[in-house]
Write a protein that binds this ligand. Structure first.
Ligand code: ADP
Ligand code: ZN
Length: 653
């Protein structure tokens, strides 16, 4: 008997599957998923059993030395998923297997302090509305038929999506199966956790990233043993060792946090699709503003057209900043800040500031520069003082006056957002101002602290980046201002309109969530842009239709598939040489994909590392992947140069 073994150390030379013979005394004990010790070269190494055969594939095999973990750390279905991920995302199999081993579920603290976790009867389970009932029965049918179908549950916040998720999950439990529920960030969704625990009690396992090893082990046993049948968590909850999976729910599926930004660079939606296929389970994607890809691809659309409490969406006003001449805050926004403060209600000012880049825009007419072929904004490069496209080789010298209106009113945008805080302080000297962005968040638990401090009325104005766009649900917030909506639009990436639309919609949703009516102001130099217009009208479908047209014209996803290679390192010349070599190989690949680049990445230098990017655009993703894998195998990459392959990247930075 021979075991197929995957070595634990992920490196290109060890990613083969090796055959070892199983000594007699281990034959009864050995299982797929066990961690074992094997001889490798002159050393002993850890590995994992991934299969068996009766005949050896090589002439001489060595014996397995010992079984390290009696309990298997992954099962056959998880292994199948890992193999698929390694292929799909061009990553080491071990990197994918690691996810299966590392992902566990645990009780959260709240649950532990509770004596009983029986589902309460105080809980009123509402009678479903008609649209909810229809949606549920479609989902239930698929669950009963064991069909690996994907549904889009399409409805605004408050339209009753979560109630439908919970009913579908109840059905799954009734059939003796399990469920996985994904939320973008567990810390931002305390209400979701409470509702699930309130409804399903002991059966819920909440996954979070700060767990001790012991907690992990205990939780793994609970989930693997079927004691807990609902796993709730961020993207890694997909890898919990659930038994007999019946449903996966992904709430707010468009969120960027569903894509992992280190290897394996997977997207939870794609992995969930595969997982559901393996288990013949149902996938439910829920959102008011689905990603363009999802709205385009998912055929089963279940709509919840109304809010349960009939509450209207907040009123949104767009302020044309071309007509304003006093700093970063418009007169309208100033008036509302004062008014809200005087009423002792709270305001949120939202600054769209992702990464660090600068762009040039005309203050008179709103003109900005974009690439004639790629149609993305040109970013200003401080090093050589050029405006350049982040996707192709196009670059120009910044002109003195605006090409559209001829005025000498071109200004650099994108930095200096701290100024907003000073402007507010000057306007409202007695107001308590709170600032919150990625720079000020260092400690874990900061989110919760912010939620608490602000919701207890400890500040009058909250200023922050997109991190505050999510989750905050505070009755006395009645005014929200999106100070710099354009920065998102000028972001040099093909998804910039989409992310801006999502952010503005979410930001607008922070105001007037309860009995007090809300006011929202969007400041923009391009108020006619469809992303801004549609966000102000809460009109997803008009946004979708225009964005889709745009994507089709330029053949961006969903009309094409993308793979990027980012080549980086301290030695600029070496990095550039490797990038050229790789692009050379890729371009010989013929018709599989258009190969753009290499170009200096938008973020052309990070912490002393030079960065170049190659973009592949094509229709046939498997063929593109093969081409990339082949290229990587043929190219000798020196140790001080890093090549990152990103299949279906979220952003092209
Ligand atoms: P969403 O997930 O779309 O934001 P929820 O499921 O959270 O919507 O529903 C919004 C609110 O309405 C919640 O407080 C929920 O308990 C309540 N709710 C949901 N469905 C019903 C219903 N059929 N009847 C009464 N209340 C409902
Ligand atoms: Zn270009």
């Amino acid at each position: 008997m021979y075991a197929h073994v995957l070595l634990a150390k992920p490196a290109r030379s060890t990613q083969k599957i090796f055959s070892y013979s199983v000594p007699d005394e281990l034959k009864d004990k050995i299982q797929v998923g066990q961690q074992i010790m094997v001889p490798f070269g002159k050393r002993r190494d850890l590995g994992y059993v991934v299969g068996f055969s009766e005949t050896a594939e090589v002439e001489k095999t060595k014996d397995i030395l010992e079984i390290v973990s009696e309990e298997p750390l992954f099962d056959a279905k998880q292994l199948e998923l890992a193999k698929w991920m390694a292929e799909y995302y061009c990553c080491f199999l071990m990197a994918a297997v690691k996810l299966m081993i590392g992902a566990d579920a645990a009780r959260n603290k709240k649950q532990e302090t509770r004596t009983k976790q029986e589902p309460s009867n105080n809980i009123q389970i509402p009678k479903l509305r008609e649209a909810q009932g229809k949606a549920l029965s479609e989902i239930e049918k698929a669950i009963e038929k064991k069909q690996a179908e994907t549904f889009l549950l399409y409805g605004v916040t408050g339209s009753g999506k979560t109630e439908v998720y919970m009913r579908a999950i109840a059905k799954v439990l009734e059939l003796g199966k399990s469920a996985i529920v994904l939320v973008p960030e567990i810390a931002l969704t305390p209400q979701m956790v409470e509702r699930f625990v309130g409804r399903f009690g002991e059966q819920v396992a909440v996954v979070h990233s700060h767990m001790t090893l012991k907690q992990r082990r205990v939780a793994r046993d609970w989930v693997a043993g079927g004691e807990k049948r609902i796993v709730l968590g961020a993207r890694s909850a997909l890898f919990a060792p659930v038994q007999d999976l019946g449903i996966v729910v992904i709430d707010e599926e468009f969120e960027g946090s569903y894509k992992q930004d280190k290897s394996p660079r997977y997207h939870a939606r794609e992995v969930a699709k595969k997982l559901c296929e393996i288990h013949q389970a149902v996938l439910v994607l829920g959102s008011a503003t689905p990603s363009i890809e999802t709205f385009f691809e998912v055929k089963h659309r279940l709509s919840l057209p109304e809010r349960i409490n009939q509450q209207p969406m907040p009123e949104v006003e767009i302020v044309d900043m071309r007509k304003e001449h006093k700093g970063a805050l418009s007169q309208k926004l100033r008036d509302l800040l004062v008014e809200t403060f005087e009423k002792k209600e709270q305001s949120i000012l939202f600054l769209n500031r992702r990464g660090f880049f600068t762009f040039l825009m005309c203050q008179k007419c709103g003109f900005s520069f974009s690439c004639p072929t790629c149609s993305v904004s040109l970013a200003y490069d401080h090093h050589d003082k050029k405006l350049r496209c982040g996707h192709c080789e196009y670059k120009i010298d910044p002109p003195r006056s605006c090409p559209r209106c001829n005025e000498e009113a071109l200004r650099f945008f994108g930095t200096g957002t701290q100024r907003i805080e000073q402007e507010v302080a000057k306007l409202l000297p007695r107001a308590r101002i709170m600032r919150y962005d990625r720079d000020t968040v260092t400690k874990r638990g900061s989110h919760e602290k912010l939620f608490k401090t602000f919701s207890e009325g400890e500040a009058d104005v909250l200023i922050g980046t997109q991190m505050i766009a999510k989750g905050l649900d505070i009755p006395s917030v009645t005014m929200v201002g999106a100070v710099s909506a354009d920065i998102g639009l000028q972001f040099p990436d093909f998804r910039s309109a989409e992310t801006t639309f999502h952010l503005l919609t979410q930001v607008a949703g922070r105001a007037g969530r309860h009995h007090l009516p809300g006011k929202v102001v969007i400041q923009s130099y391009t108020p006619e842009h469809y992303a801004i217009q549609a966000a102000a009208k809460h009109d997803y479908e008009s946004f979708y239709n225009q964005e889709l047209k745009h994507r089709e014209e330029l053949s961006y996803p969903p009309f094409s598939k993308l793979i990027t290679l980012v080549i980086s390192g301290k030695n600029g010349a070496k990095v550039s040489k490797i990038a050229d070599d790789l692009a050379g190989f890729l371009k010989k690949g013929g018709s599989v994909a258009r190969v753009l680049g290499p170009v200096p990445a938008v973020l052309s230098k990070i912490r002393g590392d030079y960065r170049y990017r190659i973009l592949l655009k094509g229709k046939d993703l498997p063929a593109m992947r093969n081409l990339v894998c082949e290229t990587m195998e043929k190219t000798v990459v020196p140790t001080d140069v890093r090549v990152i392959v990103d299949v279906e990247p979220m952003a092209l930075l």
